[in-house]
Design a protein around this ligand. Structure first.
Ligand SMILES: C[S@@+](CC[C@H](N)C(=O)[O-])C[C@H]1O[C@@H](n2cnc3c(N)ncnc32)[C@H](O)[C@@H]1O
Length: 736
């Protein structure tokens, strides 16, 4: 028998130990049966864990996805599904077409998952762990006395040698109403008919809302609506629908919010004589308008409804996505809204000049439908999901461990996963677009053909796979990356954009992604022809081709075949080794200097080192190969030397190295007859490149070459827009 250890959080499972456990195959039927554990023992252990939690002495939250298994396809109400009991369960193996009914016998422990103790009809007990649900401490999902139906249940081993009934797929568990016919007779209760009028229900709902008990609030508003005759009490009904709509928006339940608002507006129209014969009385008309992604309002709904309903309609339309056909945005205004607490911006999407379709060998990709000039906005899109947590809030610290693919995602990814599951669960209409995205073949291998009209299942393992392959790491504003001190490493969030998920990677991309709050702005880094595939860098490429390919393969499962990878890949292993070795030596010297400060002598020493490194790129054959391509091994020392010469006020050298920096990024420039020009841009545009152009502007000005200074500064402005998304902050940056 296990004993409770009062100081250890045995409910917060260690992923490493779980991983070890899953390596050993389980016995199907252990003896003694896990169902025979004593009720007192389980409850005692539970109390210990509840106490530890209430004392606040808790580890970082860990969400664990075990080895993948699909959600159950059975229906509880189908005659072919049979009820089983705890004694019947196998370990880590489902019994097809079965379900179990359990009643919780204590309050839940809500932290990384919702954990409780429950009994079956025979009075046998077990620990139940429900993962990936919309749980909160203030509104637990499974208070004491809840009756649960769990589909195709099985025992899962615990690292301390015990077992629990663990549910990872949210659709595998259903809470049953007390009077449901599936609830065993002796547990069944008739619903107590609480006598309250609509006003009282509304008040109670408001109180629940203030306490953040959102699901309770919804129930109260619903009960209030049932008490009302909507034709005689239209104002009260509109108010309740409006409140429900607001709560549903908070819970990311947009499908329900649309229904509520359609009913609020149609009730308003039916009770307003001037609108009584208008299409506004018809909820499907409102529903269609809220969902149609269009800016048009042919029935003039927005202008004929009270302001609070209009505000909700705008909120829902923006959240579901409004599409505009021109790349026109008030970027200073959008940028001014955004701060650490206000990430969600009311902006329409501009995606009509790009389309997703098949590529020759990279699956699907995003293509330009028209030509673009360098600096142009190619598409703009509001996030499908971007958790708005407060970065400094350590209470939301968490990790997501996926034991199947052995990945560990820190807080940004973990919170995005949780929010994606929640959003997809509550909004069946949003599932298709999400599940159409690349899941690395997961569903093909583990799922089934979803038929036309069949609800798309939420498989949390598939949600996570799609998240891993398609999400972006984002700053609050891309501008912050340019203005923050170097190496300050701000924490990034993770967000999800549906259209942008079709962008493939290239180390030599023709676009750069930028963010202002939750809006993604994709800009062209060079001129793009209609029909050309759009690419971006998923991550900045590592210097060595093999390190680089490992990084792509590890996260996204591909090897890059861009021109740079082709050329870097054609270099002998010995030469590549020498490059890395020289690079590391030079870097070590630079780091040492950082501690002691730079002098002209030390700068010259690095310059000599750089020249040696350059020879590893300049054998006759290589010179040709790299003619207009980046030479990644040279970037960092060149960057250092540009800054260093600027620091000691040597303008001539600063100009020389700034141009060499651009060249090492694959941007070739020429200076002739007082004209500064980019002669080839098949490399990449980034923050360091903008700085190089800024320094060139400064340098030429100092040398009295005003025309060239202006040319460089103008180009720096375009590149600033490319890497930050807008012109906000450009003047300050160029002045600083
Ligand atoms: C964000 S998705 C891009 C859209 C994806 N190609 C699709 O068909 O949905 C990322 C996936 O695209 C593929 N991919 C992206 N860039 C690639 C490249 N340069 N070469 C080969 N495959 C690539 C990889 O399978 C990667 O996991």
């Amino acid at each position: 028998m296990r004993s409770a250890k009062p100081t250890r959080h045995s409910y917060e499972e260690s992923p490493e130990r779980l991983k070890e456990l899953f390596k050993t195959p389980a016995e199907t039927k252990p003896t003694p049966s896990p169902a025979k554990i004593s009720r007192d023992q389980l409850l005692k252990e539970h109390q210990v864990q509840l106490k530890l939690l209430s004392e606040g002495n808790v580890p970082v939250r860990t969400f664990v996805l075990p080895l993948p298994y699909p959600p159950s396809r059975i229906s509880l109400r189908n005659v072919s599904s049979s009820r089983i009991k705890l004694e019947d369960l196998n370990v880590e193996r489902r019994i097809p077409n079965t379900y179990i009914i359990l009643r919780t016998i204590t309050i839940p422990y809500v932290y990384s998952a919702s954990i409780t103790v429950a009994e079956d009809e025979d009075g046998n007990v077990c620990r139940v762990t429900l993962c990936n649900l919309e749980d909160s401490v203030v509104e637990p999902l499974i208070p004491e006395g809840t009756v649960l139906a769990i589909k195709e249940p099985f025992w899962t081993r615990l690292v301390d040698g015990g077992y629990h009934v663990r549910v990872d797929q949210p659709s595998d568990v259903e809470e049953l109403k007390p009077h449901d016919e599936l609830v065993p007779k002796e547990w069944r209760k008739e619903e107590i008919d609480v006598q309250k009028d609509a006003t009282q229900w509304k008040k109670e709902g408001d109180m629940m809302f203030l306490k953040k008990r959102f699901r309770n609030a919804l129930e109260c508003y619903d009960r209030g609506l049932k008490e009302l005759d909507h034709s005689t009490h239209a104002t009260a009904a509109i108010d309740l629908y409006r409140k429900k709509c607001g709560v549903n928006i908070v819970l990311l339940r947009l499908d329900d919010a649309v229904q509520d608002l359609a009913l609020a507006i149609s009730t308003h129209a039916a009770s307003t004589p001037s609108l009584a014969d208008s299409p506004l009385t018809n909820p499907p008309v409102i529903n269609e308008w809220l969902r149609n992604h269009s800016m048009e309002d042919p029935h003039q709904i927005a202008t004929q409804i009270p302001n609070p309903l209009k505000v909700l309609a705008a909120r829902i339309k923006f959240d579901l996505g409004i599409f505009q056909s021109e790349p026109v945005y008030d970027l200073p205004l959008i940028s001014s809204y955004v701060g650490p607490l206000t990430l969600h911006v009311d902006a329409a999407n501009y995606i009509c000049d790009t389309e997703a379709r098949s590529t020759e060998s990279h699956g699907r990709g995003l293509f330009a439908k028209r030509s673009f000039k360098a600096g142009d906005l190619v598409c703009a899109e509001k996030a499908f999901t971007m958790p708005g947590y407060f970065i400094q809030d350590r209470n939301s610290d968490c990790f997501l461990y996926s034991l199947g693919d052995e990945t560990a995602s820190p807080r940004p990814g973990a919170l995005l996963f949780k929010e994606l599951v929640q959003k997809l669960r509550s909004n069946p209409t949003l599932r298709k677009e999400y599940f159409d995205l690349d899941d690395g073949g997961y569903w093909k291998k583990n799922g089934w053909e979803v038929e036309e009209g069949e609800e798309i299942p939420i498989d949390v393992f598939r949600v996570e796979k799609i998240r891993q392959l398609n999400c972006f790491s984002v700053p609050t504003r891309s501008l912050d990356l340019l203005t923050q001190p170097p190496n300050s490493n701000p924490e990034l969030r993770a967000g999800f954009w549906l259209h942008a998920s079709y962008l493939n990677h290239s180390c030599l991309p023709n676009t750069v992604r930028t963010f202002i709050g939750d809006v993604h702005f994709l800009r062209a880094t060079r001129d793009i022809d209609a029909g050309e595939e759009l690419t971006q860098q998923y991550i900045s490429p590592e210097i060595d081709i093999e390190d680089r390919q490992r990084a792509f393969e590890g996260t996204w499962g591909f090897r890059c075949d861009c021109k740079l990878c082709e050329v870097d890949g054609s270099i002998s292993a010995e030469k590549r080794r020498q490059r890395l070795e020289r690079f590391a030596e030079l870097k070590a010297v630079v780091m040492k200097l950082g501690e002691r400060g730079t002098t002209i002598t030390s700068i010259k020493k690095i310059a000599r080192g750089l020249r040696e490194l350059e020879t590893l790129y300049s054998a006759p054959q290589e010179e040709n190969l790299y003619a207009n391509l980046p030479r990644l091994g040279l970037v960092h020392p060149t960057l250092f030397l540009t800054e260093a010469w600027r620091g000691v006020g040597n303008t001539g050298k600063m100009i020389e190295y700034a141009r060499r920096l651009l060249r090492n990024f694959g941007i070739l420039t020429s200076v002739a007859e007082k004209k500064f020009e980019v002669t080839s841009n098949s490399g990449f545009v980034n923050v360091e490149g903008v700085r190089a152009l800024k320094y060139l502007g400064e340098g030429y000005r100092a040398m009295g070459e005003l025309e060239m200074s202006e040319q460089c500064t103008n180009m720096a402005k375009v590149w600033f827009r490319i890497v930050t998304g807008s012109d906000v902050g450009a003047d300050e940056f160029l002045r600083s």
